[in-house]
Design a binder for this molecule. Sequence first.
Ligand SMILES: NC(=O)c1ccc[n+]([C@@H]2O[C@H](COP(=O)([O-])OP(=O)(O)OC[C@H]3O[C@@H](n4cnc5c(N)ncnc54)[C@H](O)[C@@H]3O)[C@@H](O)[C@H]2O)c1
Length: 341
Amino acid sequence: MLAAAIQANSYIHTINSMGDIMRIAVTGAAGFIGSTLTDRLLEKGHDIVAIDNFDDYYSGKMRFLEPHLKDPRFSLHEVSILSTDEMRRCFEGVDVVYHLAAQAGVRISVKDPMRSHQANATGTLSVLLAAKDAGVRRVVSSSSSSVYGNSKVLPVNEDMVLKPVSPYAASKLAAEDYCRLFYDLYGLQTMSLRYFTVYGPRQRPDMAIRIFTDRALKGLVPQIFGDGEQTRDFTYIDDVVDAIVRCGTCPDPKGRPLNICSGRTVTLNQVVKGILKAAGREDLVPEHLPSQQGDVDHTWGDNKNARELLGWTPKVTIEEGVKRFVKWYSGMKELHDQIKY
Ligand SMILES: NC(=O)c1ccc[n+]([C@@H]2O[C@H](COP(=O)([O-])OP(=O)(O)OC[C@H]3O[C@@H](n4cnc5c(N)ncnc54)[C@H](O)[C@@H]3O)[C@@H](O)[C@H]2O)c1
């Protein structure tokens, strides 16, 4: 049927390295990671069912999906994942669901825990129920390094005891548990990808690298929460999307979580230095503000399991990634008013 639809639409497609063309649903398709993933999957010839409710967390999300609106392989559904009935309809004939829709961000979860819980825990349950009912083969869900909390042992691996320190992390851990349960109880193939601070073009306006860059380009000093010696395992968007794509066809993940991280760590002070250099604003001296509630001190992941299961290697170093991001953001003046001071 899919082959017939492809022929009827008479566009040229190539069989990609992953095998057959698939019908794939992407929730949160208008977001930072979701829209980049959608681009990549369309490039590979897949049929895409894009789902997003364009929530009000930040604006301008239609921009990156707009070029696909006339593509016959692309359909956009402006609905909430909380509507299980709508999700069932969207998932008809779908092979893989990449579930990225969420209320991302630690700080908003501290202010409004119910908002995070509804989108992330209840939303994931809704997606899983609809996927099971619609006969979807696999759901690749999005978790976060924040589920590890303030682990004393670094780098963190998937076998460690988890202790979330924010409502966001707690909601992501609940979503992980639902994924594992849906595999154990109903045999739905699921996995939860624990992303470690993803950065790169299209990054959300509430994220640190974007804000540091935005301020540097506007001639404002970088504001760092804490002493800046906290470390992060930053992972470049292209590497993350490469891993996500591979999750559609890798061996049955059996409900388990997987760290998606660069496996390297850097201090915020070092990152800011790189941004100021790339922006040509080394004259700006960073200002330090009090630490924020819910933030963890260090993130550093072990990516051995992802390398083995997916045959994946992250390629972009933080030095290179920061240069690419600053160059991209400098050319995207229309996005600069998304952040106001
Ligand atoms: N960006 C990161 O560094 C990072 C790190 C760890 C985990 N994650 C997770 O990765 C996923 C994608 O993150 P992102 O940075 O692209 O965030 P994003 O905010 O850019 O994208 C999320 C998208 O989900 C949509 N959405 C929110 N609630 C919805 C609902 N009820 N129904 C339908 N759509 C809804 C939003 O409109 C948005 O387009 C999220 O699950 C996030 O928690 C991201």
